[in-house]
Design a protein around this ligand. Structure first.
Ligand code: ATR
Length: 280
């Protein structure tokens, strides 16, 4: 039987997951299938609970269904339970299992692209308090970081994300960011600023320490205005594409039984696709 998986969300047409998993299926030489399924939120719980009847061994979940997917699970792993959101689902022993691999993807990308970025377990400044920020904060705390500033335009959202980690994550107003930069060993943009079609993140980075690592979860464009500025200052930068590539690894292994590799050729395949759609 050919094993089938999919990416679900609403809308889902923009998702690059089929390109990612299709690349792995082809290069590893497996006969599996990975497609898009547009699943509106009002149909999502039923879809996930009946995943096998829809012909799938598992799926990815993207916006806006991650919380609904979590509530449909029979078994959530520790990360999905902590976040109340799942992005990777699979059927095991007749039960629907789920995880959230966004934080894993974030850490694996930095581990790959910025050696020793976490060595001192220094101070991290995270900008933005949406779902991606929540997953990344959880991952940073799991990695052992003990001091994280979380700055957001809407302070109450930062406070809500910080609440489970009172001694570690300190919510701050976005206006405080310039004053916090001098303390940041790692700067992470989890806002949508800098994304194609959005305004840029207009930050003067001169106060960042020379050893700081700057990373962005936005990957269209690949080199965001923030990363450009950091690069111009000679700082180490890590773009957001690797997070997408790495977050797909655990799901592929669950569904198709082989742990795939994130290679330069895979990255080049995705970069070519981004360049094709990101005109300029
Ligand atoms: P996701 O779940 O994908 O992380 P989201 O929930 O839409 O996305 O969050 C987007 C983030 O970008 C939020 O932190 C948002 O700030 P608010 O919580 O105040 O809305 C931030 N963001 C979006 N536009 C912004 C802007 N013009 N200035 C500052 N922050 C902005």
């Amino acid at each position: 039987m050919i094993r089938r998986a999919c990416v679900t969300g609403h809308p889902v047409a923009h998702s690059r997951s089929p390109l990612l998993h299709g690349y792995w299926l082809k290069t590893i030489g497996l006969s599996g299938v990975y497609v898009r399924e547009d699943v509106p939120p009002e149909q999502a719980a039923g879809f996930y609970r009946n995943l096998a009847e829809h012909g799938y061994v598992g799926c990815n979940v993207t916006i806006p269904n991650k919380e609904i997917a979590f509530s449909a699970l029979d078994e959530a792993d520790e990360t999905a339970a902590a976040l109340g959101a799942a992005n990777t689902l699979w059927i095991e022993g007749g039960k629907l299992h789920g995880s959230n691999t966004d934080g894993y993807g974030f850490l694996a990308n930095l581990d790959e692209c910025a050696q020793d970025w976490d060595k001192s377990r220094g101070t991290v400044l995270v900008l933005g308090a949406g779902g991606a920020s929540r997953a990344i904060i959880h991952a940073l705390v799991s990695r052992g970081f003990g001091r994280i500033y979380l700055a957001n335009r809407t302070l109450s959202r930062a406070e809500a994300v910080a609440r489970p980690y009172p001694a570690i994550v300190q919510p701050r107003d976005f206006a405080d960011v310039p004053a916090l930069l001098q303390e940041a060993d790692v700067l992470v943009n989890c806002t949508s600023l800098g994304m194609k079609g959005s305004e840029p993140l207009d930050l003067d980075l001169s106060a960042l320490p020379e050893h700081a690592v700057v990373t962005d979860i936005v990957y269209v464009p690949l080199l965001t205005p923030l990363l450009e500025r950091a690069q111009a200052r000679g700082l180490r930068i890590v773009d957001g594409l690797g997070m997408l590539l790495h977050q797909g690894v655990p799901g592929f292994e669950r569904w198709f039984g082989v742990r795939p590799q994130v290679t330069d050729e895979l990255r080049a395949t995705l970069v070519a696709d981004i360049m094709g759609t990101d005109k300029g």
